[in-house]
Design a protein around this ligand. Structure first.
Ligand code: ZN
Length: 582
């Protein structure tokens, strides 16, 4: 029965029998706010604090069996209600919103009905708890004391929350178990360290009283994960791999794409070779200039040596953050000078060091947009500083990787014209129900594809005077994006062994061993997420190509970028239709 539900949602596309005209906005709101209430930790992050009188900021996510059953029923019922809507009488924007909701229902039913993550993936509990404590700490939606009261309320529920996890978890792949233990240690450190230190004076006692049993429960959870849970694994151990059939479904639902994994894999393999040929073409003359005595060398060595020389130009630990700020200003000026798009008028972007307790996750940098429900709040471009206690060799290795050119690429991707600009356009979408829907359920290929496409556009337009060093560095990044798609598809569809991953990345994409090894781990933790960059990037180019063909001589790059950004993060096939007025 569960399978039928998922399939029904999956095959639900356009084309329904004529039904009465519906006002969509209330339906959108009901969907967004009800589904957000299923995850209070995420709701706080999105700026949704109270649901029908329930203070979500004081609650933890409920993974109990009855709660998950209620969620499934909601999605299934909602799907039936959507079937009653006559799509032919909706505007194209309304139809796009309906498509987004249908995609989300399919994805939710896939997980609730088929995959059952809360039974097999302990990181689900650990990460939801981390967000539940982290969001009210960093997001300044209320005075610190009020936010800390919520943190305390959430801490009080931790023992019960851990009980639910104990009761539900069974048969866990070892790779997920190890990560859960590590991340759980991170939560323990957050509660015992950063949060305890930041608790306002008048709440210190209350905080300590709530933290003690919470910490006990989390330490017990680690012992459970390490010693008790492995004994529960009777019979067949589930794999972290989805397998071909489930992966195809998730690929479609999670990426909102009309392309199959097989199709993306075929293109990715061809692109891998094309990009390597382009790299060779750019590296050859640089190599001849920089290493005139080396003579005949194979292409692989030429590219490696040139990349090494390029990384000589780099920041110092002290100048790293200032250099990123300078790059941001340079990118802004270039966008304006070339009239590439309308820059946000809001001055809410802050470039700051990544907060200490998330530096494990954001080891390089990251972007945190203003929440769609509270767009006036700050947006942050986080740049992770080099720890003062690192040995010189490690510092050097990081600064070489994030050299003069790569730091510019990072800043363009995360901030301008990448994630920050996209996020500000998305936060201006009207009406608010549409804005929130398209932000909360923002399409990852749209978001990540934009950041890659927008960076490419800057280079195509001649940033840094068409610097071959910058282009070569970007092509190396493109290789990585392509390789990420290849390994995710092949691993999840059972076409590649774990042992094959690192040699593939090292031989084909100029990655170091350490980086290649970490990538395998990421691929084991997520599925249909690593290909989002490639799928999105290629689809942005496809959508722009179609737009350009329609406009003919009237085509302006600026108009395309603005129009596409104004829609918010919709799935890219939907964006194509919207821009065509369909
Ligand atoms: Zn990104």
């Amino acid at each position: 029965m569960r399978l039928t539900l998922v399939l029904a949602a999956a095959t639900l596309l356009a084309g329904c029998t004529p039904k009465p005209k519906a006002e969509l906005a209330p339906l959108l709101e009901e969907f967004i706010y009800t589904t957000l209430s299923f995850s209070p930790s995420a709701a706080t992050g999105q700026g949704y604090h109270v649901h029908h009188g329930r203070k979500l900021d004081d609650e933890l996510d409920d993974f109990s069996f009855p709660a998950l059953q209620r969620q499934m029923k909601f999605y299934a019922d909602f799907h039936k209600r959507l079937e009653q809507i006559d799509r032919t009488r909706l505007s194209s924007e309304d139809r796009a919103d309906l498509d987004i909701i249908e995609g989300q229902i399919a994805l939710a039913l896939f997980d609730l009905g088929l995959i059952h993550s809360p039974q097999h993936n302990p990181t689900v509990y650990v990460e939801a708890l981390g967000n539940a404590l982290f969001n009210p700490y960093v997001l300044e939606y209320a005075p610190p004391a009020e936010r800390f009261r919520s943190i305390i309320a959430r801490l009080r529920q931790v023992p019960h929350y851990v009980d639910v996890a104990h009761g539900s978890l069974r048969a866990v792949p070892p790779a997920w178990m190890d990560v859960a233990v590590e991340e759980n240690d991170g939560n323990i450190a957050l509660i015992d360290g950063a949060l305890r230190g930041a608790a306002p004076a008048e709440l210190k006692t209350e905080y300590d009283e709530a933290a003690a049993p919470a910490l006990d429960a989390l330490r017990a959870f680690n012992r459970f994960l390490k010693s008790e849970l492995p004994k529960r694994q009777i019979g067949h151990l589930p794999s972290w791999r989805l397998g071909a059939e489930h992966y195809r479904m998730k690929f479609r639902f999670a990426l909102g794409t009309d392309r199959t994994p097989e199709d993306v894999l075929r293109q990715a393999r061809a692109d891998l070779e094309t990009v390597r040929v382009r790299m060779r073409g750019i590296a050859m003359p640089l190599h001849a200039q920089w290493y005139p005595t080396h003579g005949e060398t194979d292409a692989e060595t030429v590219i490696r040596e040139v990349l090494q020389r390029i990384s000589d130009k780099r920041s110092t630990p002290a100048s790293y953050l200032e250099d990123a700020r300078h790059d941001l200003e340079e990118a802004r000026q270039f966008v304006t000078a070339k009239n590439l798009l309308t820059l946000p008028s809001n001055a809410n972007l802050k470039v700051i060091p990544t907060p200490e307790f998330v530096r494990g996750v954001y080891s390089v940098g990251g972007f945190n947009p203003a929440p769609p429900l509270e767009p006036r709040l700050g947006a942050f471009y986080w740049v992770t500083p080099i720890p003062p206690d690192w040995p010189a060799a490690r510092v050097e290795s990081k600064l070489r990787e994030y050299n003069f050119y790569k730091l510019k690429l990072l800043t363009m991707h995360e901030a301008v014209p990448g994630h920050y600009v996209q996020g500000e356009f998305a936060n201006a979408v009207q009406p608010s129900s549409r804005r929130v829907l398209r932000a909360v359920y923002g399409n990852t290929p749209y978001v990540e594809g934009w950041a890659e496409y927008a960076t490419q556009m800057m280079l195509d337009e001649g940033l840094l005077d068409h610097s071959p060093e910058l282009r070569l560095t970007f092509l190396k990044e493109e290789l990585r994006v392509i390789a990420n798609a290849i390994i995710d598809i092949r691993l999840q569809m059972d076409q590649m062994s774990e042992a094959e991953v690192a040699p593939f990345l090292e031989s084909k994409t100029f990655q170091e061993h350490e980086e290649a090894t970490q990538k395998l781990r990421r691929a084991q933790l997520t599925s249909a997420q690593l290909p989002a960059y490639l799928v999105g990037w290629r689809d942005w180019m496809r959508v722009r190509g179609e737009y350009r063909a329609r406009k003919g001589a009237g085509y302006r790059l600026h108009d395309f970028n603005d129009a596409a950004l104004r829609e918010g993060a919709v799935p890219l096939p939907v964006l194509g239709r919207l821009l065509a007025g369909q």
